[in-house]
Structures are given as structure tokens and as C-alpha cells.
Design a binder for this molecule. Structure first.
Ligand SMILES: [Zn+2]
Length: 463
């Protein structure tokens, strides 16, 4: 019997039961995420109702419980009663993505994080006199707050504190978004390779949020199975401080070449073992890692043919070399050629550490669908005024799932928003594939820091 979307979601929800709040505890954003019958396929009127309730609720929550955001709204002369319909959404004051990069160090970093947070400030215990970022992140973790981050080419991190509920909804949301698009493929009894740092050994957002993979798929291994901290990322991004760190940068450089080779070999071996079984395989993560694997297969004349048993979900950006972007289409063709996975099961996802929305490509047209029950996308011009569908501009969003920080944010990414997908019949809005940075914005992408970390040639980034 062919699988239906309905039965797949039912099975998934059973697997992810621990992520879903009890019905009596559900607020409007939870209903929009967990109750709606689909992330991308909900009828427009139904989705509009869900997100009006959800975003009104979230705006009120942050207005009333977050001092900095409250003051920001007062400055803009907007209050919760002003938001009555979706047309009013553009009145909600947006925080710049740069705000989350503007942090102090030491104990002040902990204070800064606590001040961003909505609601009760968690009790944080920090023993050290001059704690590092990693020390502070760990202390927040001990109090149930996941401080996840990404970093850009200038070496600045973006830090976002998520309480347990927000983090769980992000994890559920990414799993659900991906599996809805791959519902015919998904089965719990499968094998996955995470092409990111191991979820339990990093707070790098892409690694962290994909921890749900371990609950959605039976057998998961990670390509980068070692601890990845902000210190390691900073040094490998070419910003060592002092002699000791310079020596470490040199060691990282030596180690990474050998580790890369091992990583690539391990992945090929894994495919070899699984090829002649009836098991399903899944690659989730940075495309450049799979690209390295396929380049090696090409050199050695290796090919696999997994066919429909295989699926790929990439994320984190498309740079393969310093100045080269791999065209997504070319990547899909390569995956088909070397691993035999069909193009309609090779999809990409666009997200950022600041949000809990995962724009996911549809199998039919590879447009990035927006989970529009709980998340409202916007495109802004240079004066931060919203522009209509079909025009390029800065991506911004109202994210109702963010409870521990205000998720009303504009980014530095350049996008074009379309009211509907030109190819498939899902009713929600889409972004054109291949999101790029706005001119003048630093390169960022979840895969970018890893790419730099893994590539042995670190000279070019250590300017
Ligand atoms: Zn589509």
C-alpha cells in the first residue's frame, strides 16, 4: 500500500511524542505547529487564521515580558492592540539580525544573553571569574537554555538563547518540514549520515537543531564526531588570539587534512555496506561534504545506485571553495549520477539561527516552501519597507515559535518571495531557490564555518 502524507505524519508524531506539548498546555503558536494538518499544504484561510492567532500571541508575550523589546515597541509607538489583522503585521517592530551579534565577553556576555530573553531570567551559575563564551553557553545549558550560534566570515557569532519549549518546537519543525517533503521516502527504520558536527558535541545551530534526527531515524552517525566549540570555530576561521592559539591553528590545519580524508572514506564505506541491502539511507547536512565524497568517488571510479531508497536534505549554504558556489541543479545531477538518488529526493533547506522556520524545497520544483501556519515572511527594501511579491529584497520574518526571545527579525539575506509555487500545488508562499547575501553583508551560512574548519588550506582566511 502506498504511503499517504497522513499516515506518515501520524507515525512521525508517535516517534516525536516527547516534543509535542500536552493539549491543555498548547498556546496558539503550538497549535499552529502541532495541530495543523500540514506545514505547507494547509488551505490559505486556515493558515491565515492559525498565524494571526499565533503571531498576535507572540507579539503580546514579548511586548509584556521582554524589557528591551518593550522599550523598542514604545519607541516605535506600537502595542499589541494595534495588531488586529494580517495587514497589521508590518507594524510589528523588527529587530536587526546585527543585534544578536553585538555581544560583550566574559560575565557581561551572560548578562547580555539574559537581557535578550523574554520572561523570567534563568538562574545561571558561573564559577569562573572570566568565563569564555563556551563556559557561559554551558552554564545556560545547565539551566535548560540552549544557546545556539552561527558565525560569519568576520568572526562574529550570532547567539540565540532558546528555552526548552522553543528549542523543542524548532527541532520538531525541522523534522516535520523535511519529512512532509519526503513523506514517501521516510521510515524510522533507516540509516542517516549527518553532514554536520555531532548534535551532542556542539552548540553550532545546524548541528544542535538536527539532534531530532536521532529520534526520527533509527541509525544515525555524524561526519564530524568531535567537540566543536566557539573557540575551535574562531581559530579555524582564522582569528587566533595569541601564541597558544596560533599554535593550535597550525595543529588544526594539520589534523583537518587527515580527518577530512578519513571522513570521506568512512562515508564511502558506509554506502558500500548499505548498497546491497534493502535499507533506506539519508544524508542530512552540508552539501560541500557530500561533494567531497562524490569527487573522491569520481577519481576512483566508484558509483552507487540507491535509487528511491536514498534521500538527501542539504542545508547551510552552497560554497564549495572560497569564491565558488556550486549550482544546486548541478549538485542534484551529480548525486543522481554517483549515488543514484533521484532529483526529487534531493532537496535543500534554508534557515537561520535566529528563526524557527525551515524553508524546504518541494520535490516537484525545488522552490523553498515557507511553513506559513506559524511564520510570516516579508521582503524589505533598503528603507526596511515591505515590498510586494516577486521583488528582490532583504528577508524578514515574524516567527511565533520563538518564546524566549523576540522572533521578529530582518536578515541580511537577499530573497524573492512568490505568493505561490510556480510548479507544485501546495498553497503557501515560496522563496526562489539559492538565497544569497545582500551586497555588503558578510558571508554566512551554517555550512560556511564548517567548510572553513574542515578545509586544510586555512591561509586564505587568516588575513
Ligand atoms: Zn513547490
Amino acid at each position: 500500500m502506498a504511503k499517504t502524507m497522513e499516515s506518515t505524519i501520524k507515525n512521525l508524531n508517535k516517534r516525536l511524542e516527547a516534543y509535542i506539548p500536552k493539549e491543555e498546555n498548547m498556546a496558539p503558536p503550538d497549535k499552529a505547529l502541532y495541530e495543523a494538518d500540514s506545514m505547507f499544504n494547509t488551505k490559505k484561510e486556515v493558515a491565515d487564521k492559525y498565524r494571526l492567532d499565533a503571531i498576535k500571541y507572540a507579539f503580546k508575550l514579548h511586548y509584556e515580558n521582554n524589557k528591551f523589546y518593550h522599550d523598542f515597541c514604545v519607541e516605535h509607538n506600537v502595542k499589541p492592540d494595534d495588531i488586529k489583522s494580517i495587514e497589521d503585521f508590518s507594524k510589528i517592530p523588527l529587530v536587526s539580525h546585527k543585534f544578536f551579534k553585538d555581544y560583550p565577553s566574559g560575565k557581561d556576555f551572560a548578562v547580555w544573553l539574559a537581557n535578550i530573553m523574554t520572561g523570567d531570567i534563568p538562574k545561571i551559575k558561573i564559577d569562573k571569574k572570566n568565563p569564555s563564551f563556551d563556559d557561559v553557553i554551558k552554564s545556560f545549558g545547565n539551566s535548560g537554555i540552549t544557546v545556539a550560534y552561527s558565525s560569519g566570515t568576520t568572526g562574529k557569532f550570532t547567539f540565540i538563547p532558546r528555552d526548552e519549549r522553543t528549542f523543542k518546537s524548532a527541532e520538531y519543525s525541522i523534522a516535520r518540514s523535511v519529512i512532509e517533503m519526503l513523506y514517501q521516502w521516510w521510515e524510522y527504520d533507516s540509516y542517516a549520515y549527518l553532514l554536520f558536527p555531532h548534535s551532542f558535541k556542539t552548540n553550532l545551530y545546524v548541528g544542535k537543531v538536527t539532534s531530532v534526527l536521532f529520534d526520527a531515524i533509527k541509525d544515525v552517525r555524524a561526519a564530524i564526531d568531535r567537540e566543536i566549540t566557539t573557540d575551535i570555530i574562531r581559530i579555524s576561521m582564522g582569528r587566533p588570539q595569541g601564541l597558544k592559539e596560533k599554535a593550535m591553528a597550525g595543529m588544526l590545519k594539520l589534523a583537518s587534512k587527515r580527518m577530512n580524508e578519513k571522513m570521506v572514506n568512512d562515508i564511502i564505506e558506509w554506502m558500500e555496506k548499505l548498497e546491497n541491502t534493502d535499507k533506506r539511507i539519508f544524508f542530512a547536512g552540508a552539501p560541500f561534504i557530500l561533494n567531497m565524497v562524490m569527487d573522491k568517488m569520481d577519481r576512483e571510479g566508484i558509483k552507487f545506485d540507491f535509487g528511491d531508497r536514498g534521500a538527501v536534505m542539504t542545508g547551510g549554504g552552497w560554497k564549495t571553495q572560497e569564491d565558488r558556489r556550486m549550482p544546486v541543479q548541478e549538485f542534484r545531477e551529480k548525486v543522481k549520477k554517483f549515488i543514484g538518488i533521484p532529483e526529487n529526493q534531493c532537496l535543500d533547506l534554508y534557515a537561520m539561527v535566529e528563526g524557527n522556520g525551515f524553508m524546504t524545497q518541494c520535490p516537484e520544483g525545488h522552490y523553498l516552501h515557507i511553513p506559513y501556519n506559524y511564520y510570516y515572511p516579508m521582503v524589505l527594501d533598503e528603507n526596511n519597507e515591505p515590498v510586494g511579491y516577486g521583488e528582490y529584497g532583504k528577508f524578514a520574518f515574524l516567527d511565533s515559535l520563538a518564546r524566549s526571545y523576540p522572533g521578529f527579525i530582518y536578515t541580511g539575506d537577499r530573497v524573492k518571495l512568490l505568493e505561490r509555487c510556480p510548479v507544485c500545488d501546495r498553497p503557501g508562499p515560496v522563496l526562489e531557490p539559492e538565497v544569497k547575501r545582500m551586497a555588503g553583508e558578510e558571508i554566512r551560512g551554517c555550512a560556511e564555518e564548517m567548510r572553513r574548519m574542515l578545509l586544510s588550506d586555512l591561509k586564505e582566511v587568516s588575513k
